[in-house]
Ligand binder design. Structure first.
Ligand code: FMN
Length: 220
């Protein structure tokens, strides 16, 4: 699937079918987590067929159903949450490409630190996984001009990158980010104040980078 189509097909899905994740999907997702842990210095862990987390005190503001599979998004205590957002979203879009739906759950970090036992690490979020009863919905979004700084006219690759960024999930759909195209062609990502805004920024940057990999033929 085209990268932009993949990004457009992703929505937060909170209600899942009551069926296990297929073995080949599990194997592919485990492999992705292993690679990310090894190469990117994150500490992700998949949990399969565990229905209890969402049965006890709800670790979220959304209404979830049939959550039995999830990714633990953990990292070193002093890591920039942007790194976890970036690689977590790499995982989310890979899952989406397999037909596995997901939802970031930041609130989980306030109730479930016991999911991480290593002393030097902590839980930043979890990502629920499953086959959605429904693929999810489009939601409202800030406009291009609300999130961009720089001098017009903007090049096509930059416009594409910002459009992909506006489709990125952010906590409570807050979209508290600014993407700045500087005069030298470099792009700066900045977050405003907000809960999980730094984690969000990594997610947003992953979307931007994915569709601007070759900057429309020009090398970065
Ligand atoms: C860092 C982060 C934390 C989130 N935490 C929660 C949460 O605790 N509960 C929940 O129901 N949704 C949570 N979400 C999902 C957002 O509400 C959702 O991404 C946003 O409303 C945009 O919708 P979309 O993902 O369908 O594009 C979170 C998303 C992100 C990126």
């Amino acid at each position: 699937m085209d990268k932009f189509e993949l990004i457009k097909s992703r929505h937060s899905v909170r209600v899942y079918q009551d069926r296990p994740i297929e073995e080949d999907h599990k194997a592919a997702l485990e492999k992705r987590v292993e690679d990310l842990n090894q190469k990117e210095g994150v500490h992700f862990r998949l949990v399969w067929e565990e229905p209890n987390l969402f049965k006890k005190k709800a670790p979220s503001y959304g209404q979830f159903k049939n959550v039995k599979n999830y990714l633990i998004v953990a990292g070193d205590k002093d890591i920039d949450p942007m790194t976890l957002g970036y690689w977590g979203e790499n995982f989310v879009l890979y899952a989406q490409s397999l037909g596995v739906n997901s939802c970031w759950v930041g609130m989980a970090r306030f109730f479930n630190q016991d999911l991480v036992s290593e002393k030097d690490q902590k839980l930043f979020a979890i990502i629920t996984l499953g086959y959605g009863v429904h693929p999810g919905n489009f939601r409202s979004s800030k406009t291009f001009n609300q999130v961009v700084r720089g001098k017009e006219p903007y090049p096509h690759w930059f416009i594409q990158g910002v459009e992909a960024s506006l489709l990125a999930p952010t906590a409570m759909n807050q979209q508290k980010f600014i993407i700045h195209l500087k005069e030298d062609g470099q792009v700066d990502f900045e977050n405003k104040m907000g809960i999980f805004a730094r984690l969000d920024l990594g997610i947003v940057k992953y979307h931007f980078d994915l569709v601007t990999e070759d900057r429309g033929g020009q090398k970065k």
